[in-house]
Design a protein around this ligand. Structure first.
Ligand SMILES: Cc1ncc(COP(=O)(O)O)c(C=O)c1O
Length: 380
């Protein structure tokens, strides 16, 4: 084990060592972390639903009615009426033929990609895709070809010269560390032209983007794409779903190991998520407020010289380069009571360590101004 101790030391020396912060409060924008009350900009609870009284109430009542554990996998006896109802409601929300719940987004990605791709397939993936999509591609044993972030010319070139019998394009919808949005229309065009399956993981877009919160494919989704959404972010609960044609979902149920060989999501989570979905549908003000915060932040960064990347999503990265600098700025912010994580390689490419600021509909403009003031002193 000596080699592990040495490797851990090396991570520390390279400023790549990761530690866990201890949260002692419910999810909100001013949690107590490691005993300190902070103003937090590092949650994916974009709509502020994780701690919403109605979601909690439904969760508690459902646990009283149906217990906590689901007891078995979906294909044995774990599939409950509540899962079914949530799948139907999500299918209606997204506007697709069928939806299938998974226990996490990570598992959804592994399951979908590995059940559709084989050794004879080729996968074309954006270089900045989430780790779960990269792992999914590796698990499938398909040939993996990665194109530069959102470089549609390179994708088109790579796919045109490829003669695999089955081709799959894999992309994040909203890129988790950059806040950029996939060029859905162009991807659809390329997928159509080259008879490829397009899989979009919109973990960070669902609930947030689009007038109705349907994500980056709102008004664009056809019957051909496969859309993956997570429930642990804007929905404020836990789990994930895949939206696709009936036949595709049937195939995934038959083949996806991360669906077949795991315990079903707790029923109370499914019920709480149904309440979240109602709130996503009925409380458009959350998305509107979030967009106002994003615009305010982008405008003020421009005025003050804070070099934030252009992003129209609640993910607002400030790229600082070295891990050391990113850690230093994050630490300084924490000293003034503001929590913004330093994101370092391998989560992001080398020399692009950054602050990943994320906003919630529960933030106020005054809180954004407090962040701006602190950033002005540290990164201009
Ligand atoms: C783009 C993307 N896909 C998938 C996941 C995994 O989702 P989950 O947390 O539900 O496993 C994440 C979350 O971290 C993500 O950012």
């Amino acid at each position: 084990m000596d080699h592990l101790a040495k490797a851990l030391d090396q991570l520390r020396e390279d400023n790549l060592y990761r530690t866990r912060k201890l949260n002692s409060t419910a999810q909100n924008v001013e949690p107590i972390i490691n005993g300190q009350k902070v103003l937090s900009f590092c949650s994916n609870d974009y709509l502020g639903l994780a701690n919403h009284p109605k979601v909690i109430e439904r969760f508690v009542n459902a646990a009283n009615e149906s217990g906590v554990g689901s007891g078995a996998s979906h294909l044995i006896t774990g599939h409950h009426e509540s899962h079914n109802a949530l799948e139907e409601e999500l299918a209606e929300f997204i506007g697709c033929e069928q939806v299938l719940l998974f226990s996490t987004g990570y598992m959804a990605n592994l399951g979908v990609v590995s059940s559709l791709a084989t050794r004879n397939s080729s996968i074309f993936a954006d270089k900045l895709n989430h780790a779960s999509l990269n792992d999914a591609a590796l698990l499938s044993r398909a040939k993996l070809s990665r194109y530069a972030h959102q470089d549609m010319v390179q994708l088109e070139k790579n796919i045109a010269i490829n003669n695999s019998v089955s081709k799959i394009i894999l992309t994040d919808g909203v890129f988790s560390m950059d806040g950029t949005v996939a060029p859905v229309k162009t991807l659809q065009l390329i997928a159509n032209q080259h008879d490829a399956i397009l899989i979009i993981d919109d973990a960070h877009g669902i609930g947030v983007l689009g007038k109705h919160g349907k994500g980056c494919t709102e008004n664009l989704l056809s019957n051909d794409e496969i859309l993956i959404g997570t429930l642990g972010k804007a929905f404020g609960t836990f789990g994930a779903f895949v939206a696709a044609k009936k036949e595709t979902i049937e195939w995934i149920i038959q083949k996806a190991h991360s669906y077949i060989y795991t315990t079903a999501l707790p029923v109370a989570i499914a019920e709480a998520t149904r309440t979240s979905l109602q709130l996503i549908n009925s409380e458009a003000w959350r998305r509107k407020h979030l967009q106002e915060l994003i615009q305010h932040f982008q405008d003020r960064c421009k005025q003050t010289g804070i070099k934030v990347s252009a992003s129209s999503t609640p993910i607002q990265p400030i790229i600082l380069g070295s891990s050391e600098t990113a850690l230093h700025v994050s630490k300084k912010l924490l000293e003034s009571g503001i929590l913004v994580p330093a994101i370092r390689p391998p989560t992001v490419p080398n020399n692009t360590a950054r602050l990943r600021i994320s906003f919630s509909a529960n933030h106020t403009k005054e809180q954004i101004d407090r962040l701006l003031l602190a950033l002005e002193q540290l990164v201009t």
